[in-house]
Design a protein around this ligand. Structure first.
Ligand code: SF4
Length: 214
């Protein structure tokens, strides 16, 4: 793959800023990761980590989670919002994994996306972390950064952005770049007040260019 100077610059800067970027959700097993990522929709990883600490402590195995009382699960995960649906999802996902895959989270996108509360983004995160699949989950941070840097258009939907990023960055680096882009959006190129002054991507950034033209 021939990389442009811009791509190389982005990769180098992400590596300089976040050499250790990885998933910020806490988990000990494959199913804990899947459930934590499912729970992280519309909330922050920090909030998810707070509730999963209690949840996975109270139900330390998949069997126990699958037999959990939904009201008790609701009480635990209430702080993260949409907890009714998510509580039922936890129990249904646990039952399904036990029934269909002996409790293992499989490398099977179609199956994962058929689980309640699991969409393409969740499946991508799980496949990338557990199976090192060269996929890039596009969340709100990745989307914003990709558009600002001019790697995607602001009219693109998340699937189009995912396809564009997959073409732009080398496959073998995609898993790490995905986490680095999230960190970059979370801590540097923030939705409000991005740290443009101290950003080494200023000269390749479309957002800055458009700002200057105004
Ligand atoms: S220059 Fe600003 S908007 Fe552009 S990538 Fe850097 S922080 Fe984000």
């Amino acid at each position: 793959m021939m990389m442009t100077m811009k791509t190389i610059k982005i990769i180098d800067y992400l590596e300089e800023l976040y050499p250790e970027a990885s998933c910020e959700l806490n988990y000990k097993t494959d199913y804990e990761l899947l459930i934590a990522v499912m729970l992280s929709a519309q909330t922050t990883d920090v909030s998810v980590n707070k509730v999963t600490a209690t949840l996975f402590n109270k139900y330390p195995t998949l069997e126990k989670l699958s037999r959990a009382n939904v009201e008790e699960v609701m009480d635990i995960i209430r702080p993260i919002g949409t907890y009714r649906k998510k509580s039922q999802n936890i129990i249904d996902i646990s039952k399904s994994l036990l029934k269909n895959y002996n409790g293992v989270v499989p490398n099977d996108r179609n199956y994962l996306e058929s689980l309640p509360g699991v969409g393409r983004k969740t499946a991508n995160v799980v496949l990338s972390i557990l199976y090192n699949e060269p996929v890039c989950a596009v969340d709100t941070h990745v989307k914003r950064v990709a558009i600002r840097l001019g790697l995607a258009k602001d009219t693109d939907d998340v699937l189009t952005i995912e396809k564009k990023l997959t073409k732009i960055f080398p496959k073998e680096k995609l898993n790490k770049i995905h986490h680095q882009l999230i960190f970059f959006g979370r801590y540097h190129c923030k939705a409000r007040n991005p740290n443009c002054e101290n950003c080494k991507l200023k000269d390749v950034c479309k957002y800055i260019k458009n700002k200057k033209l105004q």
